[in-house]
Design a protein around this ligand. Structure first.
Ligand code: ATP
Ligand code: MG
Length: 415
């Protein structure tokens, strides 16, 4: 892609109405547009990153034998009344509206009820189990505070996976598989080293659920970490009881702020029973299906990567989720430089490497500043100087290391 053709432009100044680092940087870099508090549009660069994250997650969901669906955003009141979650006292973030033809509907905050109700049409016997179903779908939540940029949206994309099993043992096994899969996802997007599987409240078939918490001062959560045991505990369940259960001393734990990037829940029969999602065992006896639910917010994940990896010059995006791998920057307007940069742009692209080519007629300071802001992993400079030297100036954005490489060595390093 030629940067001169990209409809977005970078901004020098931070947007005045944003306090979070992720929103400031993503808006300045032209990745996202703020529609209103907690509501963001994804522009070309931001969408490329979001899609890469989506594909990393999708590959993992498919490995778990997940079957992808796309459920509706508009929600049927009756379905939610069965579980009691239509009530604002139970889910306090509903957006609700009235149909012109009469009757109320809601915008989906999550999808346990509608999916259970669909599965009830297809699951009859133990032979129909287990099943794992997932989607990437927009959730709407009337969040009270939306000051964390794309990490807390009122409209946001979530990957939600649901598991359907015959019994607790099967659920327990799958739950651990999902936890392993989540670890791989957070490693793949570059935050594995900062992310802890954390004991949290809320499992309805188990005492605890687990959250994946990434250390960050920008986090809204507080966790306690025991490095000795490799365990983290959310403050909401940090009690003498859990410490005793896990065999941890209070003294060995330190406190940290963190961002919840994902969570996993053992739901048991909490939703299957009211939704009448039943199966018959071999003897013909009927039981409610045993469920789990597993979420990851994609915008929250992108926002977290930006928060924890950015430096004072801008974003630093791992190759796995950067909109482009290479930022090719031509400096100086001579025909010589232009020709050489054009040739290189074509050549690198032909090797199957995705390149953003900064072909704009702007000064070196501005172009290099933009490259730092966008944070693509590999910056390649072509200038009179590099042509004379017969090599390319290659900067690794993550480490800041600058090297002079031959074209062949650059291409080899990108493979
Ligand atoms: P939080 O405690 O942060 O509000 P939650 O417990 O409401 O999160 P879930 O309802 O379980 O979260 O949603 C699953 C995942 O979706 C979360 O782990 C997080 O990654 C993401 N998520 C939740 N709320 C938001 C939001 N408002 N904006 C963006 N992502 C979100
Ligand atoms: Mg919430």
């Amino acid at each position: 892609m030629r940067q001169s053709q990209l409809f977005t432009k970078t901004r020098r100044e931070d947007p005045k109405d944003e306090v979070s680092k992720n929103a400031k940087l993503l808006i300045r870099a032209g990745f996202i547009h703020k529609e209103m508090a907690g509501v963001y549009s994804y522009l070309p660069l931001g969408l490329l990153s979001l899609k890469k994250i989506e594909n990393i997650i999708r590959a993992e969901m498919n490995k778990l034998s997940g079957q992808e669906v796309e459920l509706t955003a508009l929600q049927n009141t009756e379905v939610w009344q069965k579980s009691g979650r239509w009530a604002d006292e139970v889910i306090d973030v509903w957006f609700k509206t009235n149909l012109q033809s009469g009757g109320e509907i809601g915008l989906a905050t999550t999808h346990e009820e509608p999916l259970s109700s669909i599965m009830a049409e297809y699951i009859q016997s133990y032979r129909d189990l287990p099943r794992r179903v997932y989607q990437f779908q927009t959730k709407f939540r009337n969040e009270l505070r939306a000051k964390s940029g794309i990490m807390r949206g009122r409209e946001f994309l979530m990957k939600d996976l649901y598991s359907f099993d015959t019994d607790q043992e099967a659920l327990d096994g799958f739950y651990e598989e999902v936890a392993d899969s989540y670890k791989r996802i957070f490693e793949a997007v570059g935050i594995g080293h900062l992310t802890y599987k954390t004991f949290a409240s809320g499992g309805s078939f188990s005492k605890y659920s687990h959250e994946f918490q990434t250390l960050s001062e920008a986090g809204e959560d507080k966790i306690y970490i025991s490095d000795k045991k490799g365990i983290a505990i959310n403050e909401e369940v940090f009690t003498d009881e859990i410490l005793a259960e896990l065999g941890i001393n209070k003294e060995e734990c330190y406190e940290a702020k963190s961002i919840e990037v994902g969570n996993i829940f053992k739901l048991g029969t909490k939703y299957s029973a009211p939704m009448n999602l039943m199966y018959k065992d071999e003897a013909g006896a009927s039981y409610p299906v045993v469920m789990g639910s597993y979420g990851i917010g994609l915008g929250r994940l992108l926002g977290t990567v930006v928060e924890v990896l950015a430096d004072d010059k801008g974003m630093r995006l791992p190759k796995s989720i950067a909109p482009f791998t290479v930022h090719l920057v031509s400096l100086g307007g001579s025909d010589n430089v232009k020709q050489e940069a054009e040739r290189l742009y074509k050549h690198i692209s032909d090797q199957g490497v995705d390149v953003l080519y900064d072909d704009r007629d702007l000064g070196a300071g501005e172009k290099l500043g933009d490259a730092d802001l966008l944070g693509l992993p590999t910056r390649v400079v072509v200038s009179e100087k590099t042509i004379t030297a017969g090599s390319l100036e290659v900067k690794d954005r993550m480490t800041g290391e600058v090297k002079n490489l031959s074209e062949a060595d650059l291409l080899a390093s990108l493979k």
